[in-house]
Design a protein around this ligand. Structure first.
Ligand code: PLP
Length: 479
C-alpha cells in the first residue's frame, strides 16, 4: 500500500505537533545521514574485503549483510522518547523488542544497553534474550502454543506471560497454585478490528488464531469473569497486526483493549488490570529512506484517541520489532553474471530467496528497494534499464525484482537490498543449502568505517553437520 495511507487519518492537530516532537524524539546521530552512512559502509565492505569473489563462503563470500549501529541506537532512543513525550514523568513503560524480527544476541545486547527489553515467542527466542542478559522483568513471553514446560520455566524465572486462550489459562492456574511466581500474568485478546493489506500478518481479524476473540458471543464476559476470578491476572495484551495495518486500525485495537481494562477494573472495584501491553506492528515504509510513520506519530495518535491509556494509571508494554530494525539493515551481493533472456537483462546475484524469502514468494506484498553499486562499491550511475534481479537459488521464481529500472548491472557489480534489518537476512531460509551470510554491524566516523561481526558466516562444515552429517554412518540403511 502507499505509505501515505497510514497518515490519511491524521488528527487535525497532528501536524502542529510534528516539528516539536520530532526534535525531541528523533535524536539523529551526528555525522552523515543514513543513506550516506550506507554508501560509506558498502564502499568500505568492498574495499576491506568483507564481500569478494574469492571463496564460496566466508570470510570474503559474495554476500554480506550490514547493520547500521548508529541507526539502531537512534531508533531505540526515538521509541523511548516517543512514549515519554505522551506520558507523565515516571510512567513505567517497557519496550520489549520482538525478538523474531532480528534474533541476534549482539543486537539484543545493543538494544538492552539502549533500555529496551525483549518479547519472545519460542524457547529459542527466550534463550537468545537470556544470552543477551535481558532481565526477566524486561522480558515478555507470547506465543500461541506454549507447552506446559515453557510455561513452568517462564513462571519460575519471573518472566511476564500473556496467556493466549482459556486452555492455556487453565494450565497457568495449576502452575500458579503449585508454586509462587513473580511473573505478571496477562491475557491476550483479539479486538477483531479486521485485517490490513497483508492477510498473513493481520492478527486481529474475526478468525485470527491469536488471543481471545472479544466480539465472539460471550467471549468478552468470559474475559471479565476470568479476571475477576483470578486476582493475579493483572494484564491485558493485544497485538493487532503488523506490516500493512493502517495506524488508525491499530489505535482502534488498543482502544478496545483499554476499554476492556477499564470495565474489568470498575467491576473489580480496584485497579486489578495495572498493565496494558499494546503489542507492536508499526508499519515500515519500504518505499524510500523516510521513516514513516514514526513511533512519535503513533504515540501522539494514541494520546489523542485513547488518552486514559497514557495518563499514568497504567504501566505500558510495547512489542515493536520491524519498526526498530528494518531500516538499518542492508544486504550486499555481488553480481555473478549479467545475461539476457527474451530481451530482458538479468543480473544473477547472490541475494535471493535465502535472505528475502517473503519478497520472493509474495513480491506484491513485500517489494524491496534495490540500489546498484559498481565493482568498487561506488553508487552506479547511468540510464535506468528495466532488468530482473535474480538470486542464486535453483527455481525460476527466485527474483528480488522484475523489470526494475536500474543502471544496467554488469558482472562484478554489486546490488544492495535495502531496509532488510528485520525478518529478512535474520530469518534465513535454508533452500539449496545456501550458507547463512555473515552479518556485520558498522559505524562510520568520518572516512573511518568499522565493522564488527554480529553473526559469523555459516561454514560448509556447519551446513553438513546441520544436515545430519554427524549422524551415525549408514544410520538409515539398516532400518
Ligand atoms: C510479531 C509480533 C510483534 C512484532 O511485530 P512487528 O510488526 O515486527 O512490530 C509483536 N508482538 C507479537 C505478539 C508478535 O507476534
Amino acid at each position: 500500500m502507499a505509505h501515505d495511507d497510514w497518515l490519511d487519518h491524521a488528527a487535525p492537530d497532528d501536524h502542529h505537533a510534528d516539528a516539536d516532537d520530532d526534535q525531541q524524539t528523533r535524536p539523529l546521530p551526528a555525522g552523515p545521514d543514513a543513506p550516506a552512512r550506507r554508501d560509506q559502509a558498502i564502499r568500505a565492505a568492498v574495499e576491506q574485503g568483507l564481500v569478494g569473489p574469492t571463496a564460496p563462503t566466508a570470510p570474503a563470500g559474495p554476500l554480506v549483510c550490514l547493520l547500521d549501529i548508529a541507526g539502531v541506537r537512534a531508533s531505540a532512543a526515538a521509541l523511548r522518547g516517543a512514549f515519554e513525550a505522551v506520558t507523565p514523568p515516571g510512567t513505567p513503560v517497557l519496550h520489549a523488542f520482538a525478538v523474531k524480527a532480528t534474533p541476534l544476541v549482539p543486537v539484543l545486547r545493543l538494544l538492552r544497553a539502549a533500555g529496551i527489553g525483549a518479547e519472545v515467542a519460542s524457547p529459542g527466542e527466550l534463550a537468545l534474550a537470556r544470552a543477551a542478559g535481558i532481565a526477566p522483568a524486561d522480558t515478555v513471553l507470547d506465543s500461541p502454543a506454549k507447552t506446559p514446560a515453557e510455561l513452568r520455566q517462564a513462571l519460575a524465572l519471573g518472566i511476564a506471560v500473556n496467556a493466549d486462550n482459556p486452555q492455556e489459562l487453565a494450565r497457568v492456574d495449576a502452575l500458579v497454585q503449585s508454586a509462587p511466581t513473580a511473573s505478571p500474568v496477562g491475557l491476550r485478546v483479539n479486538p477483531q478490528i479486521g485485517g490490513g493489506a497483508i492477510g498473513a500478518l493481520s492478527t486481529a481479524t474475526p478468525t485470527s488464531k491469536f488471543g481471545v476473540p472479544l466480539r465472539d458471543e460471550g467471549a468478552r464476559e468470559w474475559v471479565i469473569r476470568a479476571c475477576l476470578d483470578r486476582p493475579w491476572l493483572t494484564r491485558l495484551h493485544a497485538h493487532s497486526g503488523s506490516q500493512g495495518m493502517p495506524l488508525e486500525m491499530m489505535v482502534r485495537g488498543v482502544g478496545a483493549t483499554y476499554e476492556l481494562a477499564e470495565e474489568i477494573n470498575e467491576r473489580a472495584g480496584r485497579r486489578q488490570i495495572d498493565t496494558i501491553d499494546i503489542g507492536g506492528g508499526l508499519p515500515v515504509n519500504f518505499g524510500s529512506d523516510e521513516e514513516s510513520p514514526t513511533h512519535a506519530q503513533y504515540a501522539r495518535r494514541l494520546k489523542a484517541r485513547v488518552p486514559g491509556l497514557l495518563d499514568g494509571r497504567y504501566v505500558l508494554v510495547t512489542e515493536f520489532g520491524r519498526s526498530l530494525l528494518a531500516k538499518h539493515g542492508t544486504v550486499l551481493a555481488r553480481v555473478e553474471y549479467a545475461k539476457k533472456a527474451g530481451g530482458r537483462p538479468i543480473a544473477v546475484t547472490h541475494a535471493g530467496v535465502q535472505v528475502a524469502t517473503r519478497t520472493v514468494y509474495a513480491p506484491l506484498s513485500w517489494p524491496l528497494r534495490i540500489a546498484a553499486y559498481d565493482a568498487k562499491g561506488r553508487p552506479k550511475g547511468g540510464p535506468a534499464v528495466g532488468q530482473d534481479i535474480a538470486g542464486p537459488a535453483c527455481f525460476a521464481g527466485d527474483l528480488l525484482a522484475e523489470n526494475r529500472p536500474l543502471p544496467l548491472l554488469e558482472q562484478g557489480d554489486h546490488v544492495a537490498v535495502l531496509d532488510t534489518g528485520a525478518y529478512y537476512f535474520t530469518a534465513h531460509y535454508a533452500y539449496n543449502s545456501l550458507t547463512r551470510p555473515g552479518i556485520y554491524g558498522f559505524s562510520a566516523y568520518g572516512d573511518d568505517v568499522r565493522f564488527a561481526a554480529a553473526r559469523e558466516p555459516q561454514t560448509l562444515d556447519e551446513i553438513v553437520a546441520e544436515a545430519g552429517g554427524g549422524a551415525e554412518r549408514d544410520a538409515l540403511r539398516y532400518l
